[in-house]
Ligand binder design. Structure first.
Ligand SMILES: *[C@@H]1O[C@H](CO)[C@@H](O)[C@H](O)[C@H]1NC(C)=O
Ligand SMILES: *[C@@H]1O[C@H](CO)[C@@H](O)[C@H](O)[C@H]1NC(C)=O
Length: 458
């Protein structure tokens, strides 16, 4: 009893002083897979005072439990012990226990790909992109916990005896270039770490990394319940190099099965992504997923003449756990979906998923000045960037633009606008600039502040 209480108190203190608890509570402004950038000047102090209120409320109940002599762990509020949880995005007052209520990412999106070039995954199945926690308004947080950006997803799943899951993932959750491990790492770090109910604080007797098998199992279970290929084919919508379909045919076929309007994505007029939206009653681990309509903007498909191309192109490299481990160590190929950017735009800077300023023309980060206009030009395997100062590149580990800089080829996740270097969306600085200070943006994690660069087209 005594030991148990002191462990609980320790957890409370950790929660109280954990900046990540604050960031997971902060209303986010960030978007990458939606086209609207919502500039929300989010006051961080608001988030931390909420976090403190949460911890104090929990402390109150700890004392109550102690006074009443309860032996039950007050931290048994993960998954299994959520009693009468509320449906995410449907609360009318603040919910304190974010272990039984997903917030701010209360809209959970199971996202799928149809990749024909290179052909990725089975010819008669869509493949998994991920499970994304979006805020209830379509904005979202990303990369919420750098300390849990694990680089050993395969080993973690093996250590938890998840070999069957892993082999299913190798077939249905492949990276289009064969770098499965780094694709899974990216999806976990960028989206999984922002799911509030998967926070280590939500587990009683937390075993390090145990939220990882929970995440990947849930994504796969959801995916299995969303057989897009079958649903389309049941409605007479099958891959063809000549036939085309209307947007409403596709929407009708899928939304009637799912129970909510779906996001339909196209590239060059051909169907390539579907996102299914849910709200959740309880935790992501064991709660009930309730289908819902899309929030945020829909994909860019024409209303008719949509192609659904067969997967008959060149094959992606066959991937095994062993080969993907080899591939990540080289770290030179863009991961994920390899989108490109073009045209003019701004480069916003995000920390913990919240926008704080942008890059100015020299490539440095500024939080109070006017954003520089950058020009993105598609190039082999990605795109190059240029500002009024000249070409932009990674020079001595720093993002720099100038007349003597040689251009670096950057990449992006095709689902959004995150700028990636060598397949990673993570950039770093020594501090968050304030006032008229500018800081340098680096690619090495030896600099303490993790940030993302996000394109906002003009
Ligand atoms: C729902 O709960 C979350 C988490 O406490 C809170 O941030 C949000 O403001 C609440 N929504 C409403 C309408 O009160
Ligand atoms: C995976 O990496 C994490 C942190 O980097 C480490 O704590 C854990 O022990 C590793 N797990 C396995 C199974 O190697």
């Amino acid at each position: 009893m005594a030991t148990h209480v002191s462990v609980s108190m320790l957890s409370l203190l950790l929660l109280l002083y954990n900046p990540l608890a604050a960031s997971s509570l902060s209303p986010s402004a960030a978007v990458d897979h939606h086209n609207n950038i919502n500039n929300n000047n989010n006051p961080d102090d608001m988030a931390s005072s909420r976090s403190a209120a949460f911890a104090l409320a929990a402390l109150g109940s700890a004392q109550a439990a102690l006074a009443m002599g309860f032996d039950a762990g007050i931290f048994e509020r993960a998954s299994a012990s959520c009693s009468s949880p509320q449906l995410s995005c449907h609360n009318t007052t603040a919910v304190q226990n974010l272990c039984c209520f997903n917030s701010p990412g209360g809209a959970l999106l199971q996202t799928q790909f149809w990749d024909t070039s290179p052909q990725t995954g089975p010819v008669d199945s869509w493949t998994i992109h991920g499970l994304w926690p979006d805020n209830c308004d379509g904005t979202y947080q990303a990369n919420c916990d750098a300390d849990r950006a694990y680089t050993n997803i395969t080993q973690i799943l093996q250590a938890f005896g998840q070999d069957d899951l892993l082999s299913y993932m190798q077939t249905y959750w492949p990276d289009y270039q064969g770098n499965d491990e780094s694709f899974w790492e990216h999806e976990w770090a960028k989206h999984g770490t922002c799911i509030s109910t998967l926070d280590p604080n939500c587990y009683t007797n937390y075993q390090p990394t145990q939220e990882v098998p929970d995440f990947f199992n849930k994504v796969v279970t959801l995916f299995k319940s969303l057989p897009t290929y079958q649903w389309l084919s049941d409605a007479g919508i099958t891959p063809s190099s000549s036939k085309t379909y209307t947007l409403s045919q596709i929407q009708t076929a899928l939304s009637k099965q799912h129970g909510g309007q779906v996001y339909i994505g196209c590239a060059s007029g051909a169907l390539d992504e579907i996102w299914y939206f849910y709200n959740v009653k309880g935790s992501v681990q064991t709660g009930t997923f309730v289908p819902t309509d899309i929030v945020g903007s829909n994909g860019k498909c024409p209303s008719s003449g949509i192609k659904y191309l067969p997967k008959t192109g060149s094959s992606s490299p066959t991937s095994t756990a062993a080969s993907s481990t080899t591939t990540i160590s080289t770290g030179t190929t863009p991961t994920g979906t390899g989108g490109s950017l073009s045209g003019t735009g701004y480069i916003n800077v995000l920390t913990s998923g919240t926008q704080k300023g942008c890059l100015i023309s020299a490539g440095t980060w500024y939080t109070t000045g006017t954003c520089a206009t950058y020009t993105a030009t598609p190039s082999s395997n990605g795109f190059t960037l240029k500002s009024s100062k000249g070409s932009c590149g990674i020079s001595n580990g720093a993002f720099t633009c100038g007349s003597s800089v040689s251009a670096t080829v950057f990449g992006t996740d095709s689902s959004g606008q995150d700028v990636e270097f060598n397949g990673s969306p993570n950039f770093y600085a020594d501090s968050v600039p304030s006032g008229s200070t500018q800081v340098t943006v680096y690619t090495s994690s030896s600099h303490s502040t993790l940030l993302q660069l996000q394109w906002q087209g003009k």
